[in-house]
Design a protein around this ligand. Structure first.
Ligand code: TYD
Length: 140
C-alpha cells in the first residue's frame, strides 16, 4: 500500500548537556543516498509550500526548528503528519503528492533528496498526478 511506505523515521540522537546532536547518513539512516539538500525558511504565516508530486525522487522532511504539517496523498488516500521534532524525519517515496502548511513562526523545513533538482521529475498538476498515481500504485 502506497502511503504505508511513507513513514516517520527515528533519527539518531546524541543527547548532551551542551546540546543535542542528530545526524543522518544516506543509505544508513534513510533508504536512499543523499544527492541534494534544501530548506524552507522565513515562511510567512498562512503560507503553503509543496503542492506537487515527484516521479522518481525520494525525500526526507525534517522540522529542524519549529513545526509544520505535511499532507501526503497517493492519489487514493491522504495522511497528515505534524512535524515538530528535529530527530524525526518523514520519509516520502516517489509518486506522492505533498503539501506543507501551518508553519510556526521561525520554523525551518529541511529536505534531503535522492537526486539533483530536475523540473521534469515534477507533477505540478494534481489531476495529471492522480491519473499517473492510479496507474503507478494500481488503484482501482
Ligand atoms: P518547489 O519545489 O516548487 O518548492 P516547494 O516544494 O518547497 O514549495 O520549488 C520552488 C522553486 O525553487 C521552483 O522555481 C524551483 C526552484 N528550486 C530549485 O531551483 N532547486 C531546488 O532544489 C528546489 C527544491 C527548487
Amino acid at each position: 500500500m502506497a502511503l504505508n511506505d511513507c513513514r516517520i523515521l527515528d533519527l539518531p540522537r546524541i543527547n548532551d548537556r551542551r546540546g543535542n546532536l542528530t545526524f543522518i547518513e544516506g543509505g544508513t539512516h534513510i533508504p536512499f543516498d543523499i544527492a541534494r539538500t534544501y530548506y524552507l525558511y522565513d515562511v510567512p504565516g498562512g503560507a503553503e509550500r509543496g503542492g506537487h508530486g515527484h516521479k522518481a525522487l525520494s525525500q526526507l522532511i525534517v522540522a529542524i526548528s519549529g513545526s509544520f504539517d505535511v499532507h501526503l496523498d497517493d492519489g487514493a488516500e491522504k495522511r497528515s503528519f505534524h512535524m515538530n521534532r528535529s530527530y524525526y524525519g518523514l520519509y516520502v517515496t516517489p509518486m506522492i503528492w505533498r503539501e506543507i502548511d501551518n508553519f510556526s513562526s521561525g520554523s525551518v523545513c529541511l529536505v534531503l533528496a535522492s537526486d539533483h533538482y530536475d523540473e521534469t521529475d515534477y507533477y505540478r498538476n494534481y489531476d495529471t498526478f492522480k491519473e499517473a498515481a492510479k496507474r503507478y500504485w494500481g488503484h482501482q
